[in-house]
Design a binder for this molecule. Structure first.
Ligand code: NAP
Length: 254
């Protein structure tokens, strides 16, 4: 990272983080995006990128100190609670300001058939025998369904799974799609139950809309409670905070 008193560490892995990296880099801030390094082919990110864990709170605190980080932006996924908790504790230890960008959760609407639950394990218990379940969870979260021999699963993920899979399953290696494609997919596979996390945002909401239209039961996993002290809901609020805390960037492209 360049020698500067405006270094920003952007904890990423989300669309919002990629957009923030683009804006902050264009403004001239020395920003490093941090990725967990789990995805085989991550989407391109502007500016400096580092990949892989820090080795817990102490490792992250050391990194913040060594790299002279002036601000941490935690723009990780709403369900990535370990890194968020570690970041807040490391920020407290090093007295480094931290702002958490957490998109709002989806709200149940008229026509939705949601059952609010707490975990993938609970979803695996609740699926009725004979169900045809669509798992929109990602490959790290499908292990709890492994023993359900009496359910047919359609599993969508970006990279192939590395865990034991239930007896009856079909895998779709793809990202969430638009409304028409999601509607077609849920109908074609005769889905009776959709299992998903309340991630919020627009990218993966179309399957929820399609499930509403098709009157499909949704097992909606609620979010864990956020731990950050300073939480905002959109990128504009993050950029305002950057401006207040760090002032003008070293150079401007405007
Ligand atoms: P997690 O359970 O909160 O984190 C587990 C460990 O992975 C952390 O303790 C940390 O290791 C490392 N890690 C996680 N995010 C990191 C980051 N951005 N930079 C550096 N190290 C990171 O995280 P997760 O739920 O597995 O998510 C991993 C990444 O995928 C996050 O960046 C998140 O934004 C993204 N993502 C997650 C989801 C989801 O559903 N959870 C969905 C979309 C994208 P150390 O303790 O060694 O530092």
């Amino acid at each position: 990272m360049p020698v500067s008193d405006q270094n920003i560490l952007l904890l990423g892995g989300t669309t919002e983080a990629t957009e923030l990296a683009q804006i902050l880099n264009a403004q001239g801030f020395p920003v490093t995006t941090s990725l967990a390094g789990r995805t085989a082919n991550p989407s391109p990110v502007d500016g400096n990128v580092r990949s892989g864990g820090y080795g817990g709170i102490e490792g992250l605190s050391d990194y913040i100190t060594q790299q002279n980080i002036a601000l941490i932006i935690d723009a990780t996924h709403p369900f990535a609670r370990q890194i968020s908790a570690n970041a807040q504790k490391a920020a407290d230890q090093t007295r480094c300001p931290l702002i958490r960008l957490e998109r709002t959760s989806w709200q149940q609407q008229s026509g939705d058939k949601w059952q609010l639950i707490q975990s993938e394990e609970e979803a695996a218990r609740l699926l009725p025998a004979g169900a045809r379940a669509f798992l929109g969870l990602g490959r790290q979260h499908i292990a709890p369904f492994q023993s359900r021999d009496d359910v047919h699963f359609i599993m969508r993920m970006i990279d192939p799974a590395e865990v034991a899979l239930p007896r009856h399953h079909e895998i779709i290696l793809a990202k969430p799609a638009d409304y028409e494609a999601e509607f077609d997919l849920l109908r074609r596979y005769k889905i009776t139950h959709l299992v998903c996390r309340n991630s919020g945002g627009s990218a993966s909401y179309e399957k929820i809309r399609a499930a509403r239209e098709l009157a499909i039961n949704v097992l909606m996993i609620e979010r864990p409670t956020p731990v950050a002290h300073h939480i905002v809901e959109d990128s504009h609020a993050v950029l305002r905070f950057v401006d207040q805390l760090l002032g003008s960037p070293p150079r401007s492209t405007c």
